[in-house]
Design a protein around this ligand. Structure first.
Ligand code: GLN
Length: 382
């Protein structure tokens, strides 16, 4: 008898990052699709982790994460955003921000609860909500510049709204929420019980003198939020799959009930390495200059191409608009770019409500100048 399986996620296929990544490899394409650097991390960080391995920190770490790492994270948040999280009860080290986000959603969303999020949305949020039996209430950001509509948020909030997911700097659009946006958000949520999941993995990648507006800067938001952060993105080590969540004690207690049975704990020697490395704030404070230079290098190399763009405000992703080039849907165009031109990018429609196609592709510029030159040469020919 053939075993009958009921899919819990019948509409979910394989993530775009895997399908495009595979295609990029097959066609030996210059890969500006999935977001990861093509250069190595700081040798100092690598040496610290190697040292931790040699020193024998190779058994389980504490379930909540290494205390010294949580302590230094608390100091970092305090100095950057002015909010104090207690390392003992309010910070947990996670096996990537993706795990932190999944765990945060699982900890609070019950069947038929509504979860509001903005589209285009990074692709790990919705499946997690659906697995919990929750209902996604999407709000599409407007136009090709992704304007935020706070009235739409007010309209979307109802008695069943359990959670709101925000993401600043925003993947895939490269936009950021301003201080005024955060105040709006704080005011809208004031008399509700809504829990906020705040995906801030690109917190150090904000450009042109603008500031990152963490939920931790806003007292009422901080009190209802789970802040999710990533060491992979910050220290050019996406393969380490390490991040953390910070939240007030009442939320973090629920979070840990799930966390302890999802991963129990996170890679121990890397926690030692990162804890040491974080003691020097220069290791992350200059990142925005480093990546802004890459953004500007890439954009100046393609300024005479037929692609249109508005320089991103944050993240290491740049959206390029191509309505002057072709009418092809973005998925088809992205595939053709890989096969015919050997350049891989990510189509935006897959993150949009009803796969709305505004003829936009996302390019990752966390690459060496040599890689960016190769990509620009191709883009200039199209
Ligand atoms: N965050 C990465 C990106 O947006 C993808 C990570 C992943 O594939 N899970 O490109």
């Amino acid at each position: 008898m053939k075993q009958k399986i009921n899919s819990k996620l019948p509409k979910v296929g394989t993530t775009i990052f895997t399908t495009i990544g595979k295609m990029a490899k097959e066609h030996n394409a210059v890969n500006l699709s999935q977001g990861f650097p093509d250069f190595n991390a700081d040798p100092t960080l690598l040496a610290l982790v190697q040292e931790a391995i040699s020193d024998g920190h190779n058994q389980y770490a504490p379930m909540q994460g290494l205390y010294s790492l949580r302590e230094i994270i608390a100091e970092k948040i305090q100095s950057l955003y002015g909010h104090s999280y207690h390392p003992e009860s309010e910070i947990t080290i996670t096996a990537s921000a993706t795990q932190g986000i999944f765990t945060a959603i699982s900890a609070f969303v019950e069947p038929r609860d509504e979860v509001i999020l903005f589209k285009p949305a990074y692709d790990c949020y919705e499946p997690a909500v659906e697995l919990c039996g929750g209902i996604v209430v999407p709000i599409q950001l407007e136009g090709t510049e992704f304007k935020m509509d706070w009235q739409a948020l007010k309209n979307a909030i109802g008695p069943r709204t359990k959670m709101l997911i925000i993401n600043t700097p925003h993947n895939p659009t490269g936009t950021i929420l301003s201080g005024a946006d955060m105040l709006q958000l704080q005011a809208i949520l004031r008399d509700t019980n809504i829990v906020v999941v705040s995906d801030e993995v690109y917190e150090h990648l904000v450009y042109d003198g603008q500031a990152h507006e963490s939920v931790a800067k806003y007292q009422d938001l901080a009190a209802r939020s789970i802040l999710c952060a990533s060491f992979g993105k910050t220290f050019h080590v996406t393969g380490w799959k390490m991040g953390y969540c910070a939240a007030p004690q009442n939320l973090m207690a629920e979070f840990r009930k799930i966390h302890q049975y999802v991963v129990f704990c996170v890679n121990h020697p890397m926690q030692h390495g990162v804890a040491q490395y974080l003691k020097t704030p220069e290791h992350y404070l200059g990142l925005h200059q480093f990546y802004q230079q890459k953004r500007d290098y890439f954009l100046s190399a393609i300024q005479n191409s037929r692609f249109k763009f508005k320089p991103c405000s944050g993240t290491y992703f740049q959206i390029l608009d191509y309505p002057d080039i072709t009418n092809e849907p973005d998925v088809a165009f992205a595939e053709r770019l890989i096969k015919e031109y050997r350049l891989a990018s990510i189509p935006i429609s897959v993150f949009n409500l009803n796969n709305e196609d505004n003829k936009q592709l996302r390019f990752c510029f966390a690459k060496t100048e040599e890689t960016l030159d190769k990509a620009a040469e191709i883009l200039n020919k199209i």
